[in-house]
Design a protein around this ligand. Structure first.
Ligand code: JF5
Length: 412
């Protein structure tokens, strides 16, 4: 594979030539060339940027140096067919890079990376070269870098390790049975010694029972995925709600429950305001967190807790969230669209959140307003009993208007 990287900071990429890729280069698997974009400038200041048309902050990379650089790379050293060349432009506005992309690109014969800086490259460069080669704008994550160089390093490394013969990878790749994107995160790994600083390796891994080891690893992988990447669980967790709440939402179209993502935040905020207005009126409390949260707060909550949403074709109609603190599985923010109350959806969501409690949880806990009679009734029917301990709010103040309820694990 031939890889060219163009940057105004070629030194940033120099390590690629020395390190892992250097060896692949020696063996003839990868031919890597790093280029300084300023070599294609002709003015005294070697200018590569200018102010944006239409105004706005920052600078834009000029089309001319990029045009000449790419013309030269494509004509002086042409691939058998330009169509077999990919022009890769790292950008936070690109399509997300995945393991599937790494596999696909590892089969290409020629990659050219265009590392932008400032606010990006004049769009006409990408439009023009899209007529000659395949252009892909790729993001390596939802954050902003100062330039595309670090992203190019990431993409090159992910691709290079997949090239057959690269650093003797054949076997270790065959073992990657569930690599990222294929569903679950990997379980934790251990090696000798069996005891280190009073920490033991999980006994099952020393048992020699391969079936038990496989079960344990699958269970660990599921837990990790649910905790850290609930978005990866969508397909398997998308249960048809009407199968579970006996047809109650049928008139709204197909209803599914799945883990919440950032894309649910706006509707979740709307639903929680609608629900907590009632709660605030009943309890004469005007600043309940669920009522005053911002969109960013809701997004942060989706990241911090396991959150489920129930969606019909047209709208988000219910949600609940849960998380482990110590040995207690806290279930909270249980909400159902006010027009759908009294159909058992809340009770069903409570059961869903309860059933996700990890083995470590010995008790379950919920809370609600002392005057929220129907909530209290539902929790008591589900086996919860009021606790003596006061509710303490985020500022550390006791709130006598809130009742905490708990039940031991595995009851009702
Ligand atoms: C870049 C304009 C390129 O920041 C990135 C990036 C983030 N995720 N993936 C790539 O690339 C650098 C910044 C601004 C163009």
């Amino acid at each position: 594979m031939r890889i060219d990287v163009i940057s105004i900071f070629p030194g940033y990429l120099a390590p690629l030539e020395l390190s892992l890729l250097g060896r692949a280069a020696d063996s003839g698997l990868i031919a890597l060339r790093i280029h300084d974009l300023r070599a294609w400038t002709h003015d005294r200041h070697r200018t590569v940027d200018d102010t944006p048309y239409g105004g706005g902050a920052g600078m834009v990379m000029k089309a001319e140096p990029w045009g000449k650089a790419l013309d030269d790379l494509l004509t002086l050293d042409p691939a058998p067919d330009d169509r077999a060349t990919r022009l890769i432009v790292p950008s936070p506005a690109g399509r997300p890079f995945t393991q599937a992309d790494a596999e696909r690109l590892s089969r290409e014969s020629r990659l050219i990376f265009a590392c932008g800086r400032y606010e990006g490259i004049d769009q006409r460069v990408l439009d023009h070269f899209a007529e000659r080669v395949t252009v892909e704008e790729i993001s390596v994550g939802d954050f902003v870098l100062s330039g595309g160089e670090a992203a190019a390093l990431v993409i090159v490394e992910a691709i290079a390790r997949l090239i057959p013969g690269f650093m003797g990878n054949a076997e270790s790749l065959a073992e990657e049975s569930h690599h990222p994107g294929c569903g679950l995160l990997e379980s934790p790994v251990y090696t000798r010694p069996a005891t280190w600083r009073d920490l033991e390796v999980p006994a099952v891994l020393l048992s020699g029972n391969h079936a038990k080891v496989a079960d344990w690893r699958r269970d660990q992988a599921r837990r990790r995925t649910a905790e850290r990447r609930p978005d990866l669980l969508h397909p398997s967790q998308a249960v048809r709600v009407e199968d579970l709440v006996d047809g109650t939402l049928r008139d709204e179209g197909a209803a599914v429950v799945r883990m919440a993502t950032a894309g649910d935040a706006a509707e979740l905020l709307t639903l929680q305001r609608a629900c907590w207005v009632q709660e605030a009126q009943l309890n004469d409390a005007l600043s309940l967190p669920a009522l005053v949260e911002s969109l960013d707060d809701v997004r942060a909550g989706i990241g911090a807790w396991l959150t489920w949403v129930v969606r019909t074709d047209s709208r988000l109609v219910g949600s609940v969230r849960a998380g482990l603190r110590g040995q207690t599985w806290h279930v909270s923010r249980l909400m159902v669209a006010p027009d759908l109350h009294g159909r058992g959806i809340g009770r069903w969501l409570l059961g869903l959140a309860e059933s996700a409690a990890p083995d470590e949880a010995t008790r379950l806990e919920v809370f609600t307003g002392a005057a929220s009679a129907s909530n209290l009734r539902m929790y008591k029917r589900a086996g919860y009993r009021p606790m003596r301990e006061p509710f303490v709010d985020a500022e550390g103040r006791e709130d006598p208007g809130v009742v905490r309820l708990a039940k031991p694990r595995g009851l009702g």
